[in-house]
Design a protein. Structure first.
Length: 319
C-alpha cells in the first residue's frame, strides 16, 4: 500500500480564496494535510473527499469543513464537469468573544485526538442561520482560476455560496478593511457550525493555556501574531515551548514550511502591507507599528518578498 503523502502547506496570505473547476484543477489530489482550515463549497458536479479515512460526497449546496492536520484526498466522481469554491485560513484568526465558547485553535487540536465530528453540512443546515448576504459571483473584479464565463449561481437559494463569493471578491479586490470583513464572516460561519455540533451533543469545552503552561509550537504562532510589533527572539520562543533552540527550529519548520524567523517577518510584512494600502503612515511609523527596527530594515525585507519597494507598492495600488 502506498504511503500517505504528508506535507505542510503554508498560506501565502492570511486567507486564500478561489474557484476550482474541472478545467483548472486536475484530480485526483493525493492524500495530504496542512496546518490551516480549508472549506470547500460545491457549486456544480460532485467530488469525493476522504478525510481521515471517511468519504464525504460533495454535491451542489454542500459545505465541507476540513480541520487542520486532517489527512484528506479529493477524487472525481465521474466525467462531468465540476465547480467549487475553496477558502483557506488559519484558525488563530477566529476569535470567539464569549468566555464559554471554545478557543477554536485548541478545539481543533482536541478533535484530532478523538473521532471527528460531522464535517459535511447542507445548505439547509446553514441557511437557517442567515449565514451571509447575497452577492453574485459575477460581481466586477472577481478573479478565478476558471473560465471567466462562469455560470450564474442562484445566490438567493445558496447563502453559503454567497458567503464564499463575498470572500473571493474581497481577496481579489482587497478593499479597505477586507481582512476584518472576511474573518468576521468566517467567525459567523464557524459559530453556526459550532452550534450544530453543540446541538448534536459534541463536547466543545477547551481549557485555555495559562501563562505558566508550556506553549506548543502551534500556540507560538498565535503569540507571534499578537506580539509581532515587539522584539521577538527565536530563543525565547523556544524556551516558551520548553525546547532547545535547534529542536524548536526543526519542529517549527516542519509545521510551517519556513523558519520561525521567516514566519515572524512574513506576519510583520502582511501587517505592513495593509498599513501601506489603507493609511497614510510614513515608513518610519509603519516600521515601528509592525516590529521592524527601522524603515531601512522594512524596505529591505519588503523588497525581498514583493520585489518592489514599499513606496512603489503604495503608489502602484493608489493608481
Amino acid at each position: 500500500m502506498a504511503e500517505v503523502f504528508e506535507y505542510s502547506d503554508r498560506l501565502n496570505s492570511p486567507v486564500e480564496a478561489f474557484y476550482c473547476s474541472s478545467e483548472s484543477l486536475r484530480l485526483p489530489v493525493a492524500a495530504h494535510w496542512h496546518y490551516f482550515v480549508e472549506m470547500l463549497y460545491m457549486l456544480e458536479g460532485s467530488v469525493t473527499v476522504v478525510c481521515n479515512g471517511v468519504p464525504y460526497k460533495l454535491t451542489p449546496g454542500k459545505l465541507l469543513l476540513i480541520p487542520p492536520q486532517v489527512v484528506h484526498s479529493i477524487t472525481r466522481d465521474n466525467d462531468r464537469d465540476f465547480l467549487y469554491t475553496c477558502v483557506k485560513y488559519s484558525a488563530m484568526h477566529i476569535r470567539l468573544v464569549e468566555g464559554y465558547l471554545p478557543n477554536l485553535h485548541i478545539l481543533f487540536r482536541k478533535l484530532m485526538q478523538n473521532e471527528l465530528p460531522p464535517l459535511l453540512f447542507s445548505a439547509d443546515e446553514l441557511s437557517s442561520y442567515n449565514v451571509a448576504e447575497n452577492i453574485s459571483p459575477q460581481a466586477p473584479g472577481i478573479e478565478t482560476d476558471t473560465d471567466p464565463n462562469l455560470p450564474t449561481i442562484d445566490s438567493k437559494n445558496n447563502p453559503t455560496c454567497s458567503l464564499m463569493d463575498t470572500i473571493i471578491h474581497e481577496v481579489a479586490e482587497r478593499p479597505y478593511g477586507y481582512l476584518t470583513l472576511i474573518f468576521s464572516r468566517l467567525t459567523g460561519l464557524m459559530l453556526q457550525i459550532l452550534r450544530l455540533w453543540y446541538n448534536r451533543g459534541i463536547p466543545l469545552q477547551t481549557e485555555l493555556p495559562t501563562e505558566t503552561d508550556t506553549y506548543s509550537v502551534l500556540d507560538v504562532a498565535i503569540y507571534i501574531d499578537r506580539h509581532s510589533n515587539e522584539v521577538l527572539k527565536v530563543d525565547d520562543l523556544a524556551k516558551m515551548c520548553n525546547m532547545s533552540y535547534s529542536y524548536f527550529a526543526k519542529v517549527f519548520h516542519r509545521q510551517y514550511g519556513q523558519s520561525c524567523k521567516q514566519y515572524i517577518e512574513f506576519i510583520r510584512l502582511t501587517k505592513a502591507e495593509n498599513l501601506l494600502l489603507f493609511t497614510d503612515y510614513d515608513l518610519n511609523t509603519i516600521a515601528e507599528e509592525t516590529g521592524f527596527s527601522d524603515s531601512s530594515h522594512l524596505i529591505r525585507c519588503f523588497r525581498r518578498l514583493y520585489h518592489i519597494t514599499p513606496k512603489q507598492y503604495r503608489l502602484q495600488h493608489l493608481s
